[in-house]
Design a protein around this ligand. Sequence first.
Ligand code: ADP
Length: 260
Amino acid sequence: TEERLRQAQKMDAIGQLTGGVAHDFNNLLQVIIGNLDLALEARPAVETGAEEMRLALSAAERAADLTRKLLAFSRKQPLQPDTLDMNRVIRDMGSLLNRLLPPSISVETVLSGGLWLTSADRSQLENVLVNLAVNARDAMPEGGKLTIETGNGHLSDDYAAIHDAQAGQYVMIAVTDTGSGMPASVLSRAFDPFFTTKPDGQGTGLGLSMAYGFVKQSGGHIKIYSEVGHGTTVKIYLPRVHDAAPAAVDPLAPENLEPR
Ligand code: ADP
């Protein structure tokens, strides 16, 4: 619990610090990206400077991605929770994940039938899952297997006891890789903002801290199980919701059409 308090305080302090800066910085980046886009459209691709501009554009886009992560992490972006079918979220992400992962990594999804509904901000949840998939990819440079699993679940008793988690019902999603795993020294700092072991420029150290912030803010829990040389599982628990918000009825869907 002391560890959790320390983590929370650190997150708050850094969050306040970065949130304001990230917001202004992002506005400036949008100006840079917009102007580079315009300049690239205006000149033929062969003309000198186009390649340099393209490089600048991709760097600016990476910087924009970083500031988005900072904003998400500093909670300056309000969440917009939706009632979600987690299986569907994962199915919808299929092609995105396939593009993200090299052919040497196989993907298996184990989607539980009769899955409860959960409530979370869909686009931020997708960001978190992409971050987990990128981490899994980076942990398996020689290839391997990524497994995404869903299930209905209570937090296991020991987990609930250790983390003072409220009893309750959750939708669980687990992302497992067969990669390098994390030594204790990495595992203990994995959620720390800006902690990264990745070589220069390849990691921001924000993926897992963002995931942590998102999950906590969503009323859920996140836990990493990792074994060096074997792999890593990140489990996320998001609260179950019982009543679907009135479903948006698509009047043109075949099942909703009045027989004529
Ligand atoms: P980043 O990916 O930018 O380094 P993260 O916060 O997502 O930032 O991760 C922090 C660190 O935790 C990583 O640099 C890596 O050392 C470790 N890590 C995260 N996910 C995994 C994983 N699936 N397997 C092994 N190590 C991991």
